[in-house]
Design a protein around this ligand. Structure first.
Ligand SMILES: Cc1cc2nc3c(=O)[nH]c(=O)nc-3n(C[C@H](O)[C@H](O)[C@H](O)COP(=O)(O)O)c2cc1C
Length: 716
């Protein structure tokens, strides 16, 4: 022993920290955890002492499973824990340890394969050092031995067999089958006979073969495991057999080599070099960059084959010269940063409204346009604005536009009905202000459910509701709050507003209640994002550019979300379903809970507005109360932020039999519901229409636009 390397203490510490990455440990705490981990035994006896005779090193490492867990920690979740465990069970053969060295070492690095058999008759020479990562002191060593040493230094627990006399007719079968058939072979040798003979036997045994040729990133996959009749080399050499090849002279073999590599596809420099072999150069050229690329590409495809993610045979070119080439690049001309093209000026200004009619003015086109513009300032879930209007025979008809629905998010259209209720309440307040008494009939025609409301108008002396001046000031304010409690007078005013619409308001405050609501809402947010249908509804409505905000004038401009740059970046990542789906498969997504939870923790209170009845008429009536309550909060300088995901999930669970939810989502929601019931009084015949937080907060940076009047209103 010339060197002793004992870093077991650091390794155990890193292992413990890696198992709980969300909780950085303080030093003393980590000491205790290390002691617990090794069960009070001396550290010197923990794990394994490995002796590396070629370098006379004695190295102290973690026990096998811990060593592998920590060594592969940074693979996750590109490779999941379960996949890592599966990958370690595979037996892999590598033939030709010059180019194959890079593939074999990359496999060992990536944790692909637990058993390796390496075959090459050759020894390292100085002229190999242009592409093989070794040193001059290693010249003369068997290439199989060199690869095995390198792999064992990475993972001393690997099981590696070397075959330093290379493959011959008498040992090919043993190479492929001894101790159990190999699961895959990487073939990187120069000998045409071996290439064919190995393939013939691999085909008979159903073993897939992968080959990388260090020119133009050429990769060949032959799935003999799935295609037992497949011709060798994709059929490029016809029915040539290994045995017949043995009798051929070198120049007679050349046409087969050229057929395999397909001479029309060979790079120009390689083709010209081939002509010069034995003239000005001794053999064909191979570059370190080509070999390194080959190792990477081979390891990637081997992983995907073994994990059953790729099932096809075929030839591929991953040619850097063709891929990284003039005219092929993105952003060859600089662009502006994505999503930072600024907030629409309209979103920064008070809403632009038609001129307000004078009190007592006739109900002409100008008055109707103003009333509808005021009405549509009402809130709607995701700013979907699920409405259109027709003024006809002195009545304002409010129609539901089902194309704007969020059917997976909004259980049975409750949120839509609520938005219409808020809208009609607003129209009534505005009408009184200009001398008209408006009377709303909700769902006046049972056979026409799309006609949500019909509003009639009678002249009356103008009266201004205290809430009128707040209509164009009300906004959803998603800013963090200061956490200070609400004044008692504010609470009373909100309760009065709720009661005026026959609604019940339950307000919760204090760290314990808010902490529990934060946890519940966070879990609800996660369930919504990880459910494909709800994800679609939720993400579809985000507007990421100023152009789309101004063109569509609906949905949620990301600028109104009041998110930090990093939370917005997170939203942009998770808005892609493929990402959310994979996160769900991993059992991950806890991070999706934090934003909602953080905002609730900053609130003064959280409110639940319920109403007797669960049908759309009840939700419509609740919408009126919501609007009065929201305007009241606005009048008192209190910010309101609806957080309705959870109650609508509960409605889907209980009234909708959990339709659209996976069994595990139902199970989790059922237990969340239990906890929720400990906070809020609920009853099956009361609709829990609106959950929201109230905060003392600054004004929001931007507001949501509304569609143009001409797009929603017709006047007959
Ligand atoms: C029934 C209903 C449910 C809502 N749910 C949420 C919610 O869960 N989260 C949220 O941030 N905003 C929610 N909102 C607020 C809307 O997104 C908002 O009203 C809409 O974007 C228009 O913006 P404004 O309220 O600022 O005018 C909801 C609004 C309504 C009417």
């Amino acid at each position: 022993v010339r060197f002793v390397h004992d870093t077991i203490d650091d390794q155990v510490r890193e292992l413990i920290s890696s198992r709980d990455p969300g909780h950085p440990r303080r030093h003393g705490e980590l000491d205790r955890l290390v002691a617990d981990h090794i069960g009070g035994n001396p550290l010197a006896g923990w794990g394994t002492w490995i002796y590396l005779p070629w370098s006379a090193r004695l190295v102290h490492i973690l026990p096998r499973d811990e060593y592998r867990e920590l060594r592969s920690d940074r693979n996750r979740h590109k490779i999941t824990l379960g996949e890592q465990e599966r990958l370690r069970r595979f037996r892999i053969g590598v033939i030709g340890l010059s180019v194959g060295n890079m593939a074999a070492v990359t496999l060992a690095l990536e944790g692909i394969g637990g058993f390796f058999r390496l075959a090459d008759f050759d020894r390292l020479s100085l002229s190999n050092l242009n592409r093989l990562r070794a040193g001059a002191h290693q010249i003369g060593i068997d290439k199989t031995v060199l690869a095995a040493r390198e792999m064992l230094e990475i993972d001393p627990y690997l099981d590696i067999e070397v075959c330093p006399r290379g493959l011959q007719p008498d040992n090919i079968d043993a190479f492929l089958t001894e101790g159990g058939a190999l699961h895959l072979v990487i073939e990187e040798c120069d000998d045409l006979y071996v290439k064919l003979a190995v393939r013939e036997r691999a085909r008979a045994l159903g073993i897939p073969v992968v080959m990388d040729t260090s020119d133009r990133g050429l990769l060949d996959i032959e799935r003999f495991d799935l295609e037992p009749e497949r011709p060798l080399f994709h059929g490029l050499i016809g029915d040539m057999a290994a045995d017949r090849l043995r009798g051929l002279k070198t120049d007679e073999k050349i046409p087969y080599v050229l057929a395999i590599v397909d001479q029309r596809q060979v790079s120009t420099r390689m083709a010209a070099s081939l002509v010069e072999v034995k003239q000005t150069i001794s053999t064909w050229p191979q570059l370190a960059s080509n070999v390194a690329l080959g190792g990477a590409v081979t390891a990637d495809i081997v992983r995907r084959i073994l994990l059953d993610e790729h099932r096809e045979s075929g030839r591929y070119y991953l040619d850097p010269e063709a891929i990284v080439a003039a005219g092929k690049g993105l952003y060859t001309h600089p662009v502006a940063p994505v999503g930072l093209d600024g907030v629409s000026p309209e979103a920064l200004a008070p809403p632009a409204l038609p001129r307000e009619p004078l009190p007592g003015a006739p109900l002409d086109e100008q008055a109707i346009r103003w009333l509808v513009a005021m009405g549509t300032l009402a809130p709607s879930a995701h700013n979907a604005q699920p409405w259109r209007f027709r003024f006809h025979d002195g009545r304002l008809e409010c129609w539901h536009d089902p194309q704007r629905d969020l059917p997976n998010l909004d259980f049975e259209g409750g949120a839509t009905a609520l938005a219409f209720g808020a809208l009609c309440e607003t129209v009534e307040i505005a009408a009184r202000h200009i001398g008209w008494s408006a009377t709303t009939l909700a769902y006046p025609s049972p056979g026409t459910p799309a006609l949500v409301a019909s509003i009639g108008f009678d002249p009356r002396p103008p009266t201004t509701d205290v809430l009128f001046p707040l209509i164009d000031k009300r906004v959803t304010n998603r800013r963090f709050g200061s956490g200070e409690p609400l004044e008692a007078s504010v609470v009373r005013a909100l309760e009065v507003a709720a009661a005026s619409g026959q609604c019940r308001l339950q307000l919760k405050s204090g760290p314990a209640s808010l902490g529990e609501i934060a946890a519940l809402v966070g879990a609800g947010d996660r369930i919504c994002i990880l459910n494909s249908a709800i994800h679609h509804d939720a993400m579809h409505g985000y507007r990421w550019s100023r152009e789309s905000v101004e063109a569509l004038r609906d949905g949620l401009d990301v600028n109104v979300m009041e998110m930090s740059r990093s939370d917005l970046a997170g939203l942009s990542v998770i808005s892609q379903w493929r990402v959310a789906e994979f996160l769900g498969q991993l059992g991950g997504g806890r991070a999706l809970e934090t934003l909602g939870a953080k905002t609730i923790a900053s609130a003064s209170a959280v409110g639940l507005l319920s109403i007797q009845g669960t049908d759309r008429t009840a939700y419509f009536a609740a919408g009126r109360a919501v609007q009065r309550l929201w305007l009241t909060a606005t009048s008192r300088g209190v910010a309101l932020h609806p957080m309705t995901g959870l109650p609508y999930l509960f409605a889907r669970l209980e009234r909708g039999g959990g339709e659209g939810l996976a069994p595990h989502e139902r199970r989790e929601l059922t237990s969340l519901r239990e906890r929720y019931r400990r906070l809020f009084e609920t009853s099956s015949d009361w609709g829990e229409t609106f959950l929201f937080r109230l905060s003392i907060a600054d004004q929001p940076r931007a507001r949501s636009l509304r569609r143009k009047l001409d797009d929603v209103l017709t006047i007959d």
